[in-house]
Design a protein around this ligand. Structure first.
Ligand code: XBP
Ligand code: MG
Length: 235
């Protein structure tokens, strides 16, 4: 049994309920600001979440629901602008304290730090979103607690591809067997498993009906699991 040496956290849906309370309203605010009559509601967003990456999600939506916009010669520039605007709206919502951490997350992060277990992030979201969430929820020093933050476009192939977890493992200089991934979605689970990691799932309203075959555990949240039990998940 290899001792647990690092926890690698996913962000969206795992650290906080960021999709429902952050990204979705931020996307809609960006569309309105751009004068687009696009409005993503909860059920549609739940479907669109199968596409990881905000820019990729916008592209997918336009190609399927607004082909006339996708055909515009300035579409690439429009996607970039929409995503920058959306990220600004998201960060503002985070900084307003509207996205609290999910149960048990802060406690486990503190317990891991006290136990000398290293921390990292492997997420599809933009790095500025990660910084904002960690600072707003754990304080200005919190970003430095995570030795490696793998986020957004740092890898070309996003989840469910394993690239982001492989990128993080390389910079931690650890093997997959040394670490445990904590995720919320089927895409995130596939990414972690393909990278050779054991993965604990904490479900949320968007992911509760997904297929978590291969996960070492599926929980409603981290509120009741101790670091010791978490360490045992890594055997
Ligand atoms: C979830 C994602 C991200 C967010 C939106 O990331 O797929 O794309 O939905 O963030 P995670 P961006 O791996 O943390 O679950 O618009 O910055 O991509
Ligand atoms: Mg997630």
């Amino acid at each position: 049994m290899k001792p647990l040496r690092a926890l690698i956290f996913d962000v969206d849906g795992t650290l906080a309920e960021t999709e429902r309370d952050g990204h979705l309203p931020a996307f809609n605010a960006a569309f309105a600001e751009a004068g687009l009559d696009w409005h993503w509601d909860g059920p549609l967003y739940g479907h669109l979440l199968n596409i990881t990456g905000g820019k990729e999600r916008i592209r997918y939506y336009a190609s399927h629901f607004a082909p006339e916009v996708a055909a515009r010669p300035d579409f690439d520039a429009l996607v970039r602008k929409l995503h920058l605007t959306k990220t600004a709206h998201y960060v503002r919502r985070v900084e307003q304290g509207r996205l609290p951490l999910r149960p048990g997350v802060a406690r486990l992060i503190n317990e891991a730090r006290q136990a000398g277990i290293r921390l990292a992030i492997a997420t599809t979201t933009a790095p500025e979103n990660v910084d904002a969430l960690l600072k707003a929820s754990l304080g200005p020093e919190a970003v430095s607690w995570f030795e490696v933050i793998g986020a957004g476009d740092i890898v070309a192939a996003k989840k469910p591809a394993p690239d982001i977890y492989q990128w993080v493992l390389e910079r931690l200089k650890l093997t997959a067997a040394d670490c445990l991934a904590i995720e919320d979605s089927e895409n995130g689970l596939k990414s972690a498993l393909t990278a050779g990691l054991r993965c604990l799932i904490t479900v949320n309203e968007y992911t509760s009906d997904q297929d978590f075959s291969g996960a070492c555990g599926v929980l409603s949240d981290l509120g009741a699991i101790s670091l010791k039990e978490l360490s045992r998940q890594n055997t």
